[in-house]
Ligand binder design. Sequence first.
Ligand code: 8YV
Length: 309
Amino acid sequence: MKPHLLLIEPMMPAVEKALDESYVVHRWQKDELPKDAPIRAIATGGGTGVPRAVMDALPALEIIAINGIGTDAVDLVEASRRGIAVTVTRDVLTDDVADLAMALMLASMRDLLPGDRLVRDNLWGKQVLPLARKVSGARVGIVGMGQVGQAIGKRAQAFSMQVSYFSRRNLDLPAFPFVSSLPALAEQSDILVVAASGGAQSRNLVDRKVIDALGPDGLLVNVARGTVVDEQALVSALQEGRLGRAALDVFTDEPNVPDALKTMPNVVLQPHRASATIETRQAMGRLVLDNLTAHFAGSPLLTPVTPLF
Ligand code: 8YV
């Protein structure tokens, strides 16, 4: 008998097909609690996670397979209490997220979107764009120096950037100097890139003080979680010219983005797409499937969340 699985966030068609072959898949209708089905597994996205009410409505739940690396939208304490396994798609999306951080940096500093718009609007030769900002050699501060932060650091160094980082503790990384104060890191950086995990411990870590320290010539890039940045403080700083630029893939209340950001020419916006390439979503989907298979075969999970499990 196929186990019942609740799919909270759509995955790529090939992965959904594989899920359908091995599970009775219930596709989640928002605001409707899944009832009456003996659901033993959930597959969901990192940003979406699992609403606590859904967890509570599923007494037979054994495993939550996250198609992503973020665990901030899953109640891990409750999962641990109930003995529910949680898995993520570690390692396979690191490169893509770091690539998008670089793309956002380049797009913002080099004014790619205004340049593209000028050509499309047939204004080339009629209107002159202001000069952009140089990326190579810029000073970059990275907030959160896990796998993604380090992958961004390596790429930035290939652009001859001077890279420093802030994280909860000094990781003694030979290639990257640690700065123990986030405002101090922002002060000494041209570009601040947020790569820290979401959750209570990092909520509004990038606050008004940090944004002001980055300053009117600074760029803030966020490829982590919207919650790590005080979004109101960010909007006001951009409106008041206290921050130069922002390039954002993530927001506090996705998919809702503050209207003010949508009208600013010095802001680059993406709809949470850092891992959204065919290659990476295939690899992520494979890990979700393999973790589920391992669980139902009683084998060790491939990429469980530690240290809770
Ligand atoms: C994905 C993410 O976009 O890894 C994460 O935690 O948020 C992203 O990589 C997401 O998991 C797919 O919904």
